[in-house]
Design a protein around this ligand. Structure first.
Ligand SMILES: [Zn+2]
Length: 216
């Protein structure tokens, strides 16, 4: 049986970085699975089987493997997919230099997509965070900044009418506070996460102030 494995974004990027890549990747393609939906995935007791189901469907279409290189689960994990040295079955006529990502879910707004009877999922939380981090990491590895939504090359709504490209691209830009984060880290004030827009607790403020005035 074809095996699939779930990784954190960090683990996944480490694996890609360590691989020798023998084709030129200049575009990152973004899709949604539509089906399975987020609910179908979350309800399933065997998550790998959900990915395997997609694989089986793609094989039935006569494809050599699952179409995409990576699938992003609703809880923010990256499922392995097709070998990155193989072209994806992403967008007809545009596969040669592409890396294909599927975000697991149906992101069409009810009534606007092709499949409006499905209702729709929201791209948010850990899944959104992983999507952003994965694309940023891939941009760095492949030395490109070209992100393509499926709907730019076809008349499909994929990756979903609720995901607006301009707004999405802004999320890929560094946060205005990034330079302060980097600078403080350099000075040994270690802040583990780039959660720039989360509220600061009083205790955290006291700790920072204490370190600033008289480091222990
Ligand atoms: Zn698509």
């Amino acid at each position: 049986m074809r095996k699939f494995k779930a990784y954190s974004v960090e683990e996944y990027l480490k694996i890609i970085k360590a691989k020798s890549i023998n084709r030129k990747i200049i575009e990152i393609h973004l899709h949604h699975t539509w089906k399975p939906t987020k609910q179908q995935y979350l309800k399933s007791e065997n998550k790998e089987l959900v990915i395997f189901g997609m694989y089986k469907y793609h094989i039935s279409l006569g494809w050599i493997d699952i179409a995409q290189h990576a699938t992003i689960s609703p809880d923010g994990f990256i499922w392995s997919g097709r070998d990155i040295n193989l072209e994806p079955a992403s967008i007809k006529g545009h596969n040669e230099n592409a890396f294909a990502i599927e975000i697991l879910g149906n992101f069409d707004i009810e009534g606007t997509g092709e499949y409006n009877d499905m209702g729709y999922d929201e791209l948010e939380g850990l899944q959104l965070q992983s999507t952003i981090e994965l694309i940023k990491g891939l941009f760095e590895i492949f030395d490109t900044e070209r992100l393509v939504f499926h709907n730019e090359y076809s008349n499909k709504t994929c990756p979903g009418t609720s995901i607006e490209k301009g707004k999405f691209l802004r999320l890929l830009k560094p946060h205005w506070a990034e330079k302060y984060f980097v600078n403080l880290n350099r000075k040994g004030i270690v802040i583990h996460e780039r959660r720039f827009d989360d509220p600061l607790k009083r205790g955290e403020f006291f700790a920072v102030l204490n370190q600033y005035l008289k480091p222990e």
